[in-house]
Design a protein around this ligand. Structure first.
Ligand code: HEM
Length: 191
């Protein structure tokens, strides 16, 4: 019983919410990229819905992750240390990267779900593409700070998610190049 209850102490909960946040944001990135690929045109609605809902789930998990840090008795964070990047006493740089990732995600979600219809498309797109550096910041943050990084499952999750996201990113970038070239050649044939 004692061992079971220990699973719900703040340290375990901080780690659990950190992993959930990383998992949901990675999932959001994967489905966001899949939804833009021509091979999955018919699945666009489903993939976009997964993309949006997993990013909100990731945001709520991050809120859990950082709010429990405030009440943690072993290594408590102040509100300032959580929301102002690079001022935390514990692992200043890696904590700061987590804070930056958090702010980027908040801005991307706000501009996508609340402001999108009122925004210039190019500006919106530029802001939206910030999810890639944000994901990289989360990855570095988790790898550097996590107690589970050295476990087999922890390392595997980082490697597998990293490889999937990099492959999809490359495929998507190549796809985009082909579509762009086609459009340009269509235009020149037409004129
Ligand atoms: C989008 C934002 C964030 C994500 C996705 C995220 C994700 C993660 C992940 C995956 C871990 C590794 C868990 C483990 O292996 O135990 C972790 C650990 C940690 N994070 Fe975050 N994090 C975020 C923001 C923050 C912020 C803003 C702070 C505080 C300034 C923070 C503080 C910590 C701490 C102290 C740990 C170490 C927990 C431990 O293992 O003892 N995180 N985070």
């Amino acid at each position: 019983m004692q061992n079971f209850l220990q699973l719900f102490d703040t340290w375990h909960l901080i780690r659990l919410f950190g992993w959930l946040a990383y998992f949901f944001f990675s999932m959001s990135l994967v489905f966001g990229m899949l939804s833009r690929m021509s091979s999955f045109k018919k699945k666009w609605g489903l993939f976009s819905a997964i993309h949006m809902s997993s990013s909100w789930a990731g945001l709520f998990a991050t809120l859990g992750h950082i709010l429990i840090l405030i009440v943690d008795s072993y290594q408590p964070y102040t509100i300032k240390e959580i929301f102002i990047p690079f001022v935390a006493q514990y692992d200043r740089i890696a904590s700061g990267l987590g804070t930056l990732a958090f702010f980027i995600i908040v801005i991307v979600l706000f501009t996508s779900d609340v402001m999108r219809s009122k925004m210039n498309k190019k500006v919106w797109k530029r802001i939206h593409l910030m999810v890639f550096p944000a994901w990289l910041l989360m990855l570095i943050h988790g790898v550097v700070m996590g107690s589970d990084t050295k476990t087999v499952w922890g390392t595997s999750v980082y490697w597998i998610s990293g490889i999937i996201i990099i492959i999809l990113f490359l495929v998507k970038s190549m796809n985009r190049g082909t579509v762009h070239r086609k459009t340009v050649s269509d235009r020149s044939t037409a004129s």
